[in-house]
Each structure stands twice: as structure tokens, then as C-alpha cells.
Design a binder for this molecule. Structure first.
Ligand code: NZQ
Ligand code: ZN
Length: 391
């Protein structure tokens, strides 16, 4: 495996009685805070009031930006960044799921940019090495944004969804209270769980690079955790053990540890981001539809042993099967988990998607290098075929 540097600087407060530390943590960054949240779920669950009480306790001057969209828009990011500049904001506080935290990260960077459009930074036209400090209160277990260096922003005018990365975009502090996810509905719980699994698959598990056995086994443990607890959380939304396992799995799937020494394109993600860019679908659901078709498309003597290993170690597939039969059984078991156990619809056509944009989306998915390089190399024609198989 490749040499690597590991550093994760996010300070995590995990558990149900930790929010009282918010006042002391936020005050370390200054006096003016921009509170960022989504469409209102934090008000419904009473979290907004608790957060405001903490900010008052710290004697902060509070500015607010609500209404961050799922698959957050670059125009919303620009609005937040402009507010930061106008009011001289010292720190941003994201309270919500991945979309809210991602938008906040992009605002934090754009606030340090002399221009006013985050899309310049996201597309590499401008380089901004710095950002305002970020504190996060997570309400949905899925993306890992609470502990990672990335965010994903949508430009709806261009039908594009692009990542923003930077080592300083990792939240300085994250509050992970599983009780804040009790209100997440079955659909978002299922989609978020599929997203956690997809991070493990995409960043390191399905790879053609040399692996470290300890990490491969730990990746399988994270996958097994999701397989065990996602159905429990769907059945009993206030099950603290299930929600806490999903929450910590979400953070660890993408906080850098599991993919130490492996660097590759996140293939399923690159394909899915085109779906949510064109059709504004839920990211994790898109991944659940794509991944079994992707694994089927690339199934060969070379890929079968690892796919079978996943099936045997994570989903209980019979170890005595041949590599090829074991891999096929693994894919079938994964489909059963996504589409029966988690109850997600299985086809793009179920989401009202047809094939008219597939060729363009496939080209865009490969646009950085003209291909996707990971477990296998995929050309735009391959990606188009995977879209068709998912229809
Ligand atoms: O907007 P509100 O009202 O808060 O409602 C949200 C939203 O409708 C709701 N929700 C969140 N917490 C809730 C809740 N409802 C009830 N109770 C709660 N406690 O759930 C809906 C979806 O929220 P969203 O934040 O969009 O979901 P998620 O966390 O899955 O984030 C998805 C976004 O993250 C990006 C995705 O592409 C997508 O744009 N990703 C970010 C990554 C990263 N930062 O590294 C990596 C991922 O692969 C992913 O691409
Ligand atoms: Zn994801």
C-alpha cells in the first residue's frame, strides 16, 4: 500500500448530554456566529431552541441562514458568504444533515474569497486556502461531512454537482448526539445508511490497490454495523443503540482512517452525483440503485474474489461457493438488503427518471480525466451502460 499521512483534527462531542459544551466551544472562535440550517426539521425537534440557548449563554451575536436545500445550491452558499462578509462573522455553526454542513463549509471558504461566487472555488477558477471556523451539530447519519474535508454543492442552472475539498474544511468541532436523529424518517434513514456503506465501498473496499488487512477488516466491521442497525433504526426510530452505531459509522466511513494508503476515484459517487445533479434525487437512494448494477457490470475473474469476500464477511453468503457464484450471491444479497430490508425502490424509473440524459451524464461523470479509475476503469460508455442497467 502507499505511504500515507493521517490527521483528523475534528474535536467530537459524542452522546446525548454534550450540547452544553457548545457555548464554551463556539466562544473560542469569536463573538459573531452565523447559524445555518435546512428546511425546518431542527425547529420541529426542539434543537433550534437548545442551540439558541447555548449561543445566548456564550453571549454570541447570532445571525441566521435557514432554508439550505437537500443537494444544496451554490446560490444559497453565496448568500451565506455575503452575509459573513457584511456582518464580519467569526464562526459558522451548521445544524443539520450533510447538505447543511456542506453548504456551511462552502460558505466558510467563500467568505475568505475576494470574489462573490463559490462556483469559482468549486471549479478551480479561484484558489482560497483558508476559511472561517466551522462547528457542526449533526442531525442525520449519512455523509461523514461532520468529520471530513469535503462538501458537495449543486449548480442547478448548469445541472452540475461538484465537490469542494480542503484540509481546513473539516469542522473544528462536531456535536454528535444520536437522539437528534430519532426524528429522521424511514426513507432518509435507509438512504443515509446506503450512503455510509457506499463510502466504505468507494473509498477503499472495492479497489485494485494493495490493501492493509487490518483496514479491510475494519471496513467490513463498519459495513456490518450498518447492516445490523439500519433495520433496527427503521423499525424503532428512537433506539439509542441503533442510532448511535449508525452515527459513529457515518463519521468513520469517511473521516480518512479507513482509506489510509488508498487513493482512487469514488466511482459510484461520481456516477450518482450526476443523478442528483440532473434529477435532485436523494443521494443515498441513488447510490443504492447504482451500486449493485455497477458491481454486476464489472464482475469478472479479477473482481469476483473481493465481491465474494464482501458477501461472505458482511452479508452471510456461503463461503464454499466459487468466486464467481459467491460474487453473484453477494450482489443479490446486497440488492435484497437495499430493496427489501431497507425498503428503497430499486430502479431509476421508480423515481421518474428516463434515459434521455444518460449519455451526457455519463460524459460528465468522467469529465475530470475522461474516465473513472478505481476497482476497474470505466469509460463514459461503461457508465452509460450502468445507468441503463439501473433504469
Ligand atoms: O432540511 P431539513 O428540514 O433539516 O430536513 C432534512 C432534509 O429534508 C431532513 N433531516 C435532516 N435531519 C433530520 C431531518 N428530518 C428529520 N429529523 C432530522 N433530525 O433530511 C433531509 C435530507 O437532509 P440532507 O442534509 O440533504 O441529507 P444528507 O445528510 O444525506 O446529505 C446529503 C448531501 O450530502 C452530500 C450529498 O451529495 C448530498 O448533497 N454528500 C456529502 C459528502 C461529504 N460532505 O463528504 C459525501 C457524501 O458522499 C455526499 O455526496
Ligand atoms: Zn455519499
Amino acid at each position: 500500500m502507499k505511504d500515507f499521512v493521517f490527521s483528523n483534527t475534528t474535536k467530537v462531542y459524542f452522546g446525548k448530554d454534550q450540547l452544553h459544551h457548545l457555548s464554551e466551544e463556539i466562544a473560542k472562535f469569536g463573538k459573531k456566529v452565523l447559524l445555518v440550517y435546512g428546511g425546518g426539521s431542527i425547529k420541529k425537534i426542539g434543537l433550534y431552541d437548545k442551540v439558541i440557548a447555548e449561543l445566548k449563554k456564550a453571549d454570541m451575536t447570532v445571525f441566521e441562514l435557514g432554508g439550505v436545500e437537500p443537494n444544496p445550491h451554490h446560490t444559497t452558499v453565496n448568500k451565506g458568504a455575503a452575509l459573513c462578509k457584511k456582518e464580519g462573522i467569526d464562526v459558522l455553526l451548521a445544524v443539520g444533515g450533510g447538505s447543511t454542513i456542506d453548504a456551511t463549509k462552502a460558505m466558510a471558504a467563500t467568505a475568505k474569497y475576494e470574489g462573490d461566487d463559490c462556483w469559482d472555488i468549486i471549479t478551480g477558477k479561484a484558489f482560497v486556502p483558508d476559511n472561517l471556523p466551522i462547528v457542526a451539530v449533526l442531525t442525520l447519519s449519512a455523509t461523514g461531512s461532520e468529520m471530513d474535508i469535503g462538501g458537495v454543492i449543486s449548480n442547478v442552472e448548469l445541472n452540475e454537482k461538484q465537490p469542494i475539498f480542503g484540509p481546513t474544511l473539516r469542522p473544528n468541532v462536531s456535536f454528535l448526539d444520536p437522539t437528534n436523529t430519532f426524528s429522521v424518517n424511514a426513507y432518509q434513514t435507509a438512504s443515509g445508511s446506503a450512503d455510509i456503506m457506499a463510502h466504505v465501498f468507494d473509498v477503499a473496499y472495492f479497489t485494485d490497490q494493495e490493501e492493509m488487512d487490518m483496514l479491510t477488516r475494519m471496513q467490513e466491521e463498519v459495513l456490518k454495523t450498518v447492516v445490523k442497525y439500519a433495520p433496527v433504526a427503521i423499525e424503532k426510530p428512537d433506539d439509542y443503540e441503533a442510532r448511535s452505531n449508525l452515527m459513529w459509522a457515518s463519521s468513520w466511513a469517511l473521516n480518512g482512517f479507513l482509506f489510509s494508503g488508498v487513493s482512487q476515484d469514488a466511482i459510484a459517487h461520481m456516477i450518482e452525483h450526476e443523478l442528483s445533479a440532473f434529477y435532485n434525487i436523494t443521494h443515498g437512494h441513488g447510490l443504492a440503485i447504482i451500486i449493485p448494477r455497477w458491481l454486476t457490470y464489472i464482475l469478472s475473474d479479477k473482481t469476483a474474489p473481493k465481491i465474494k469476500r464482501f458477501g461472505v464477511n458482511v452479508l452471510g453468503v456461503d463461503a464454499s461457493l466459487s468466486d464467481m457464484d459467491g460474487a453473484k450471491a453477494a450482489i443479490a444479497a446486497l440488492e435484497k438488503f437495499y430493496f427489501e430490508t431497507l425498503g428503497l425502490q430499486s430502479r431509476l424509473s421508480d423515481l421518474g427518471i428516463d434515459d434521455k440524459n444518460f449519455a451526457l451524464m455519463a460524459k460528465k461523470a468522467c469529465s475530470a480525466k475522461g474516465k473513472l479509475v478505481g476497482f476497474t476503469t470505466l469509460t463514459p460508455a461503461d457508465v452509460e451502460e450502468i445507468f441503463k442497467m439501473s433504469l
